[in-house]
Design a protein around this ligand. Structure first.
Ligand SMILES: Cc1cc2nc3c(=O)[nH]c(=O)nc-3n(C[C@H](O)[C@H](O)[C@H](O)COP(=O)(O)O)c2cc1C
Length: 208
């Protein structure tokens, strides 16, 4: 069983209950980074020092250089969500993918903290409206529910009208730089990782 958690203490719990492997997700992640988000740089290193079962890290990872960094920190692998949203195989509307290609690392935001269900999503008009509701009517889940239902997001994926929805998206969207087949994205990440490892090898060996 592979369990995914947004914190080291939850990873320890999963390990103690017999999980075969665990994915630890940092604050940069799209979706749910936990109620007390911790950046992946700290989360990964802290988890690697604590967890003995195979460890994957996630949250903001979208390049081969980051993959190598995660391995260097003691992870056995990484997981990626946001980076693949622009792959051709994803059925979302092309307008949405084009928006993601244009997006930078500051184009996502956290919301739903008032429900203790923190979510990272693309900044949209709909998300700003929900954040306003959270300020004005803190704690009133019933007011929020119609705006965060999955059907709202699904419609936006279909129509491309992303401003009308809350769509999970991580800060690693900055690395989603073109719409292309999934295999091409993976190939590029692998090439980047090999190049990063070569660079590290050069540093380790020093000048010839
Ligand atoms: C569009 C989208 C939908 C997601 N849906 C879920 C989900 O239903 N359940 C879940 O546990 N995580 C979900 N996640 C989170 C991912 O499983 C993963 O933890 C996260 O994408 C990793 O961080 P990254 O987005 O920075 O790569 C989703 C992420 C994205 C981007």
């Amino acid at each position: 069983m592979l369990h995914k958690v947004p914190g080291v203490r939850y990873a320890k719990k999963a390990e103690s209950l017999g999980a075969d492997a665990v994915t630890v997700v940092g604050a940069e992640a799209g979706g749910h980074p936990g109620i007390e988000p911790v950046g992946t740089m700290v989360m990964a290193a802290a988890a690697a020092r604590t967890i003995k079962i195979p460890l994957l890290v996630a949250g903001g990872i979208g390049t081969g250089e980051q993959l190598v960094a995660a391995l260097a920190m003691g992870a056995d692998g990484v997981a990626m969500g946001t980076r693949f949203l622009v792959s051709e195989e994803i059925w979302a509307h092309r307008s949405y993918k084009e928006r993601l290609v244009a997006a930078g690392e500051t184009d996502t935001t956290l919301l739903l903290q008032s429900m203790r269900n923190t979510q990272r999503a693309l900044k949209t008009a709909h998300v700003a409206m929900i954040q306003q509701l959270e300020k004005e009517q803190a704690g009133d889940t019933q007011v929020l529910l119609p705006h965060i239902m999955g059907t709202v997001g699904r419609k936006a994926y279909e129509t491309g009208d992303y401003e009308k929805a809350m769509l999970s998206c991580g800060q690693g969207v900055v690395f989603a730089d073109r719409i292309e087949p999934l295999a091409a994205i993976v190939d590029r990440i692998e090439a980047e990782a090999r190049s990063a490892m070569g660079r590290l090898q050069g540093i380790y060996q020093g000048p010839a």
